[in-house]
Design a protein around this ligand. Structure first.
Ligand SMILES: Cc1cc2nc3c(=O)[nH]c(=O)nc-3n(C[C@H](O)[C@H](O)[C@H](O)COP(=O)(O)O)c2cc1C
Length: 196
């Protein structure tokens, strides 16, 4: 049996910040449950935003030659996908938004060219969203980011399965003083093993 792959996408431009710590805990849990994991730090990639050139509407291929080219395969092959992003002005980070927008070529392939974007194996793909925000208390601040993540999961045929949303995390390592939240991230990752 092939070991299912868990792809973690870290969207914060701030290294070793709240969302990266949570994502690492999630992946540690997934690995403990026997799954293969891969962590991608978006701010380390060379990633340009979509220019709306519409070239992908002809062949489903993005003309921009950068690190996104290696990401398409990873995105369409992973069984579990986890997006982690801080809330920036009620949305996801610019890094994650650029990454999501570059999936427009997959959107074109699917909805304009009517071609499959996934392989023939009909596996249920599951997706998770991890986010933190500075504002304390209210989880409404996550609504815009959740809508964006759900929209791209829908295109990529990923079921929005779970979320970890923590407000009141302004400082870079604030999450480290919240062991319960770190434990929640680990436990959610660990629970993926049951899905095998
Ligand atoms: C450019 C920018 C915009 C932000 N916008 C918001 C916001 O709209 N609402 C909010 O509650 N926090 C906002 N924050 C705070 C971050 O969401 C918060 O510090 C988060 O925990 C950072 O996660 P990270 O450590 O993984 O980068 C903003 C921070 C920055 C730098």
């Amino acid at each position: 049996m092939r070991i299912a792959k868990v792809l973690g996408i870290a969207g914060s431009p701030r290294r070793n910040g709240n969302t990266e710590f949570l994502l690492r805990e999630f992946l540690r849990g997934a690995e403990t449950s026997g799954l293969e994991t891969e962590l991608i730090i978006l701010c380390k990639l060379n990633l340009s935003p979509c220019t709306s050139c519409d070239s992908c509407q002809k062949d489903g291929i993005c003309v921009i030659r950068d690190d996104m080219q290696m990401m398409y395969k990873k995105l369409t092959e992973a069984r579990f996908i986890v997006f982690a992003s801080p809330i920036y002005f009620c949305g996801v980070s610019a890094q994650l938004k650029a990454f999501i927008d570059r999936c427009q070529s997959l959107w074109s392939k699917k909805y304009i060219l009517r071609q499959p974007i996934l392989g023939p194996e009909k596996v249920r793909r599951k997706g998770f969203f991890i986010s933190t925000a500075g504002t304390p208390g209210n989880k409404k601040v996550f609504a815009g980011a959740i809508a964006t993540v759900k929209a791209i999961f829908h295109v990529l045929e990923i079921e929005y399965t779970g979320e970890l949303l923590y407000p009141g995390m302004e400082k870079k390592d604030a999450i480290l003083t919240h062991p319960t939240e770190m434990q929640e991230a680990y436990s959610l990752g660990l629970s993926l093993g049951k899905d095998q």
